[in-house]
Ligand binder design. Structure first.
Ligand SMILES: C[S@@+](CC[C@H](N)C(=O)[O-])C[C@H]1O[C@@H](n2cnc3c(N)ncnc32)[C@H](O)[C@@H]1O
Length: 958
């Protein structure tokens, strides 16, 4: 095992998120780009710090080498690993905290660079807070006692065999008291329970009695261990996670406004011991020292004695983020701290410092830190375990097979384990069974790494949203499952995580976050989730917006997907036709998939690049194929749902009902809710439609405004119609609710009839109607519109084919005898063929006819080819009469169907040609009008078909 293997990442400028976060750590990938920029700055500032401080550090180091010689441990097996142990009689900070005696901070503070004015200017530290603590004022403390590891582990092991509810101590009040059995304390808003389905393992659920309102802070939680990532070490305080890059930004702003210059910005100070971590000031350093860094510092220095490891720490021959996190985790587990030292320290902090640091420092919550010290290890051992379904995480596979992980373990061992035999035990700990491989450090190394990788979270800067560190939480956060349509978001205050609800959550509902950035298509998201987190997401969004961008959510999930009108996918990021980058403000369309089909036949893969944000969406033939197949299935489903099948009406479950419903904000006001429900029920397909209540109208107005950003098109008084008075859409339309009219119109459309009989012509008619209605109701792009547009095209295409067949039937018939086998095959294979057959059935009972399977339509182009092959663009008299003789009954039926078709087409043509309609498609599908072009192509096909069918075609309204 050689930790300096060539391909170890060495470039400090590489992306911090991907580099510093293990693949399984929830992180925000697109932030990486931004990170890259800031990282360069980090790296520069790192160098700056290095160059101007190392000398000072070296001087101090040289002076203090002798004094700081570590004392030997006096007790406790685990302390044998510790190079530094506090003197019982320590009277000054140098004795108590050896590293502090060598703080470069002291030099800096008194140096020319970091004056008080500048420090005050940045707003974080007052002159007072920036002053080093008086050595006298520091307590003469005992070092944090190192309790017997074995005893600690013994406790953990016995607890592991007990039911969770009996063994788990309640976390402090600001976090949920959660148990795996679902029992929670009174104050808890959340509880951990098995998810029962979806193979997700456990999840975090609302334990509140009432609805958790959007915005509610459901829990906040401190990390059991947290580290700043390598890229941010010199810019982010390793204790409070304060990011000085924010200050730099502020400085730059204030400098340009005549304030403190950026060059005077406050800088972090580096630990002179290990020269790895940086802090705001001594307060932060002390805190981190007590909690983590004392042992970490010793460990790093111990590691550096090995020349290979030295390169890791000094030249960053590999990223150390995970290493440091794991070391902290191992170390913290080793001890059960008495809180005395921490308490004393906390009390001694002056108020100003508390105030300053409170904002950022996540370690101030003494109670929680104490709780974590006492019980965190138990939680990690017992409760953090990857769900059974998560094969990628469940075995030692990912660890053993990855040289990267082996390297991490090597460096970790060099920091935390000295004895050879202990290392062997530590490595053996990669076994699955509990208790195997207990090392002298009392940890199972690989097991802990696995947990860190599974449950670690990438800490991000709230302001810049860049990844700045890695933290392991043990109470609530690690139990949160993923959804691409989350109902919660988490943010960080320092390294403390806070979880808030973003839409109302019902009692008992699962709380879900998104592990990944939500931009991107379902395919992109699923790929990332699979690769990074080893599961296949089946959240409603993935199910109902699968690879197919045309698919619509079904009625059951519509509300889940559009829970709140303000979140409605007006510009659906998952569609793929519209730029999937939600951050793309201009919403530049990337062009329709359909238009890429021809390219896809040549190139296997086509990339659609958003002109505005350059987001790239990848298309493959498989994706398109999948889309097509799904679209076929969706034709009937979509249209049926639009109308609502009769058995569904009572369930109020039809799509139009839901469509209406999502526009009505939920209310807890019983009366208002009742009114809204009545109005919605009326809209959803009841026989008689009543005027909606005033409240319902008001809801609609509000929803409309939220949905569209503008006031409802018609200002109207919310006067209530006499109860029971039927709605007449022609009557006083100004005073009618657009929603009401929409629903009424939908109700009258009767799509199911058309679709269940595959009567495409009728369906098209309905479809065009619906298109108008939708356009009146929605502004901008709406998935329904996209789907509608697609189906309209498809239907027109079918019609065109049908008409072409009508015109060529006799040729077909004449060829039928000799081509019968071939035709049979075609009939079986062609979807169009089946559709046409169904259409004939619907339009005149031609289902059993020989002709219906003898069309061999395939495509219109095929037909035209056949026609050409027949030697005539128009039917020859000879052929006609031959065909007429052969297939008289078929002809009769077809004539009937032709008449019907003609009738429909006459009414459709003006609609198809309607410039306003075409404009709608353009709006709907993209500024480049690609779909519109395609649509026009369909119209041209139709015209052509009409021509061949010798049916009259009028350019203007008939
Ligand atoms: C941070 S843990 C979440 C808690 C986890 N369910 C448990 O029981 O410990 C992350 C792991 O939970 C599982 N998980 C999270 N969200 C999921 C989802 N939507 N579908 C399937 N598995 C999921 C995956 O195995 C993932 O690696």
């Amino acid at each position: 095992m050689d930790p300096t293997v060539e391909n170890t990442p060495t470039d400090e400028h590489t992306d911090s998120t991907t580099q510093t976060s293990p693949s399984a750590v929830p992180t925000r990938v697109n932030k990486a780009k931004r990170n890259y920029r800031t990282k360069k700055r980090d790296s520069n500032s790192d160098k700056e710090h290095d160059s101007d401080k190392d000398m000072k550090d070296n001087n101090v180091d040289a002076k203090s080498t002798q004094q700081e010689k570590p004392q030997q441990p006096t007790s406790s097996s685990s302390s044998s690993n510790l190079p530094y142990v506090q003197s019982q009689n320590a009277q000054n900070i140098g004795e108590i905290y050896p590293g502090l005696a060598r703080l470069s901070f002291l030099d800096q503070d008194s140096g020319a660079e970091g004056g008080d004015t500048a420090q005050e200017g940045v707003g974080l530290g007052t002159a007072r807070s920036r002053r080093p603590l008086q050595q006298k004022s520091l307590p003469s403390q005992q070092p944090p006692p190192q309790t017997s590891t074995n005893a600690d582990e013994g406790e953990d092991q016995s607890a592991a065999s007990q039911p969770a509810v009996e063994t788990l101590p309640a976390p402090p009040s600001n976090s949920p008291s959660a148990t795996s059995s679902g029992i929670s304390s009174e104050s808890s808003l959340v509880e951990i329970k098995d998810t029962a389905s979806e193979n997700k393992g456990r999840g975090l659920f609302s334990a509140a009695q009432d609805v958790l309102k959007a915005g509610t802070l459901v829990f906040k939680e401190m990390g059991y261990c947290q580290v700043v990532n390598d890229a941010s070490l010199s810019s982010v305080c390793s204790a409070c996670f304060k990011d000085t890059r924010e200050e730099q930004g502020e400085d730059e702003k204030s400098a340009s406004a005549g304030g403190v210059s950026a060059s005077n910005q406050r800088k972090l100070v580096r630990c002179a011991g290990c020269k790895v971590v940086w802090y705001c000031n001594k307060t932060c350093q002390i805190k981190d020292w007590k909690l983590h860094h004392q042992l970490e510092c010793q460990g790093i220095q111990q590691s550096m004695k090995n020349s290979v490891m030295k390169d890791v720490w000094t030249k960053r021959s590999m990223d150390t983020t995970t290493v440091r996190a794991l070391c902290r985790l191992i170390r913290r587990r080793e001890r059960v701290r008495t809180s005395a030292a921490y308490k004393t320290e906390h009390k001694k902090m002056d108020a100003a410092q508390k105030q300053v640091n409170e904002v950022y420092y996540s370690g101030l919550d003494q109670k929680e830190e104490e709780w974590l010290d006492e019980h965190g290890a138990t939680w990690i051992d017992q409760y953090l375990r990857a769900p059974a379904g998560n094969q990628g995480m469940s075995s030692k596979g990912i660890l053993d097979e990855s040289s990267q992980f082996t390297k991490i373990m090597a460096v970790v061992m060099s920091c935390v384990i000295t004895a050879k035999e202990d290392r062997a035990a530590f490595m053996r700990g990669s076994g699955e069974s509990e208790g195997e491989g207990e090392g002298a450090s009392g940890t199972r190394g690989f097991e802990l790494l696995r947990k860190l990788l599974s449950y670690g979270f990438s800490v991000t800067n709230l302001e810049t949203t860049t990844a700045v560190g890695l933290a392991l939480y043990v109470q609530s956060m690690p139990f949160m499952n993923h959804s691409c349509l989350p109902n919660c978001v988490y943010t960080f205050k320092g390294s403390r995580v806070e979880c808030r609800v973003i839409r109302d959550i019902q009692p008992g509902e699962e709380l879900l976050i998104s592990y990944i950035d939500q931009i991107g298509t379902t395919q992109e998201r699923q790929k990332q989730l699979k690769e990074q987190y080893h599961f296949t997401c089946i959240c409603p969004l993935c199910q109902y917006f699968p690879a197919n961008p045309l698919i619509q959510p079904n009625q059951d999930t519509l509300l889940a997907i559009i829970p709140n009108p303000t979140c409605a996918p007006l510009l659906d990021p998952k569609q793929g036709f519209v730029c999937p980058n939600t951050a793309c403000v201009t919403r530049t369309d990337i062009g329709p998939i359909l238009a890429m089909e021809s390219q896809l036949t040549i190139y296997n893969k086509v990339e659609l690049r958003c002109e505005s944000c350059e987001h790239v969406t990848e298309l493959t033939q498989e994706i398109v194929q999948e889309n097509q197949e799904e679209a076929e299935r969706m034709v009937s489903r979509f249209v049926r749902e639009m109308n609502g099948a009769s058995d569904q009406q009572l369930k109020s479950g039809s799509r139009n009902f839901e469509l209406a419903r999502v526009k009505l904000p939920e209310t807890t006001d019983e009366k208002a809710a009742e009114e809204a429900a009545k109005a919605a029920a009326a809209m959803g397909g009841m026989n008689s439609v009543h005027e909606p209540s005033t409240a319902a109208l008001q809801y609609f107005d509000d929803a409309y405004r939220a949905l569209t950003g503008v006031a409802p098109p018609q200002a109207r008084a919310h006067s209530r119609q006499p109860t029971g008075s039927p709605m007449d859409i022609n009557e006083d339309p100004v005073h009618r609710s657009p929603l009401h009219r929409l629903v009424r119109n939908l109700e009258q459309m009767g799509f199911d009839e058309a679709v269940s009989h595959k009567n495409w012509v009728f369906a098209l008619h309905r479809s065009l109607e619906l298109e108008r209605i939708l356009d009146n109701t929605y502004i901008g792009h709406h998935p329904l519109k996209a789907v509608q547009g697609y189906y309209t095209c498809k239907i027109v295409n079918l019609l065109a084919n049908l008409l072409l067949e009508e015109s060529t039937i006799e040729i077909e018939e004449s060829d039928h005898d000799q081509d019968s086998d071939e035709d049979e095959e075609m009939a079986g294979n062609s979807d169009d063929e089946r559709d046409l057959k169904a259409l004939r059935n619907a339009m005149g009972g031609g289902g059993g006819s020989r002709g219906s399977k003898g069309q061999g339509t395939g495509s219109m182009q095929e037909q035209l080819l056949k026609r050409k092959q027949a030697g005539s663009a128009k039917l020859g008299d000879e052929t006609k009469s031959k065909a007429a003789m052969k297939s008289t009954p078929i002809k009769r039926i077809q004539t009937e169907s032709s008449r019907q078709l003609l009738m429909y087409l006459k009414s459709l043509i003006p609609k198809i040609e309607d410039p306003a309609l075409l404009q709608q498609f353009r709006v709907c599908w993209g500024k480049d009008g690609k779909l519109a072009n395609r649509y026009r192509y369909q119209v041209d096909s139709l015209k052509q078909a009409l021509y061949y069918a010798e049916l009259p075609f009028q350019e203007t309204n008939p």
